[in-house]
Design a protein around this ligand. Structure first.
Ligand code: FEO
Length: 405
């Protein structure tokens, strides 16, 4: 793999993982990249490593620029395995390098590796490091998205190395925002950003807003944002910052997503008139069947829309297992600013719709109750009720959405 110079003597030395489709359970249909960076200054400095499967690739990239034993500093911005797990191989080649890491990062690093012979320096927000012609500024970003997380700002180059923040899972030939938009599309890029945010960063909206405000208060100029996944923002870094602020503020499309599962197609049959009722109110609607879709895809679609209708048949007096799994995953992501309704079929006793509302209310989400339940198979009368339910929900979504405009 060819290295890429993102500023004079500042290189991307990362790898492209074209094949990964399951990123710790989160589906990555477009693969990903593990971005790490090398500065050739008086003190050669490496930022992060890559997933261990690819350690040879990044080492070859580094070797194409310098002898790895000359690496003087290694900045570890984040200790999750996709960025840390090659550190043992790097330290084997550069045993005299000094590692710069947050205190929480150091504690994690010591759990993953034998660090007894490594020189480790703990840094905190505001600490700086001179590496020759450049100065690095460290900015802790705890819980964005791990306790150890930090970013590093290269003052003279105005480059912010932002670890996971501002990244996306997308393996492509494009390394930069302008290349991606030319080769692919802005819509595809925005979708990948929302997917990443929904599945990784949704719980941390307030932290994100505070951290962006903190960085803006420092008055630092940013030419380039270089995250640890996906494309590097060189043409318009403000685009990704504004997108993050919008998402942290609960921005959503004024649409609806129907997320459902079904046993013998009765709940599925309910989705059609519900969908039509929503559509006839002029509201965009998408439909996601859980058993046919990755859970991370369902969460992304949930996140993109202002309203969500969750459908489930009743099984053993409760909701269908895939629906329960979806709600458990969603609850951990602490969603906000969305309105939810529920529907489903049942045989001899109901339960699913009631249980769904209970779970959604525990999350503190707005609801439209009651939902719709049908016995065994939706009759023509039931289908009319489903249509009205969809239309009423669409009207509620439009009204609720005005709060955020
Ligand atoms: Fe890409 Fe939190 O690791």
């Amino acid at each position: 793999m060819k290295t890429i110079e993102i500023k004079p003597d500042v290189y991307w030395v990362g790898v492209i993982d074209w094949a990964i489709r399951d990123f710790h359970g989160y589906v990555t249909p477009n693969g990903t990249t593990y971005n790490n960076y090398l500065i050739l200054d008086e003190q050669i400095t490496l930022f992060d490593t890559v997933k261990h499967d690819f350690s040879e690739v990044t080492i070859e990239n580094i070797k194409s620029l310098t002898d790895p034993s000359k690496i003087k500093n290694i900045v570890i911005n984040h200790i999750e395995n996709d960025h840390l797990s090659s550190i043992g191989d790097i330290m084997h080649l550069a045993p005299d390098a000094t590692i710069y890491i947050t205190d929480r990062g150091r504690k994690g690093l010591e759990r993953f590796f034998d660090t007894s012979k490594w020189d480790i320096k703990v840094v905190k927000t505001g600490d700086t490091l001179n590496i020759g012609r450049r100065n690095l500024l460290f900015l802790e970003t705890p819980m964005l998205h791990w306790p150890d997380s930090m970013m590093t700002y290269i003052k003279e180059d105005k480059v912010l190395i932002s670890q996971d923040a501002f990244g996306q899972h997308y393996a492509s030939s494009a390394r930069f925002d302008d290349e991606f938009i030319t080769c692919f599309s802005i819509t595809e890029l925005e979708d990948a950003i929302k997917d990443y945010y929904a599945n990784i960063l949704m719980p941390f909206g307030t932290l994100i807003k505070n951290k962006i405000a903190e960085v803006q208060k420092l008055g630092i100029e940013i030419d380039i944002i270089a995250p640890d996944h996906g494309i590097i923002w060189r043409k318009d870094p403000s685009k990704i910052i504004n997108m993050y602020l919008d998402m942290a503020n609960g921005k959503a499309d004024p649409g609806v997503v129907i997320i459902y599962d079904t046993m013998w197609h009765s709940t599925e049959q309910m989705t059609v008139p519900i969908m039509q009722g929503i559509k006839d109110e002029g509201v965009n609607v998408k439909v996601v069947k859980l058993r046919a879709s990755p859970i991370s895809f369902a969460v992304k679609e949930f996140w993109k829309a202002r309203g969500c209708l969750i459908g489930s048949p009743t099984l053993n007096n409760s909701m269908f297992p895939t629906v329960a799994e979806f709600l458990a995953y969603l609850k951990g992501l602490r969603p906000k600013n969305r309105i939810v309704g529920s529907f489903g079929s049942y045989g001899w006793s109901g339960g699913a719709v009631k249980n769904i509302y209970e779970e959604v209310k525990k999350m503190g989400l707005e609801t439209m109750e009651p939902g719709v339940q049908v016995l065994y198979r939706p009759s023509d009368e039931d289908k009319k009720q489903c249509y009205e339910f969809g239309a009423e929900f669409a009207r509620k979504v439009k009204e609720y959405h005005t709060k955020f405009e």
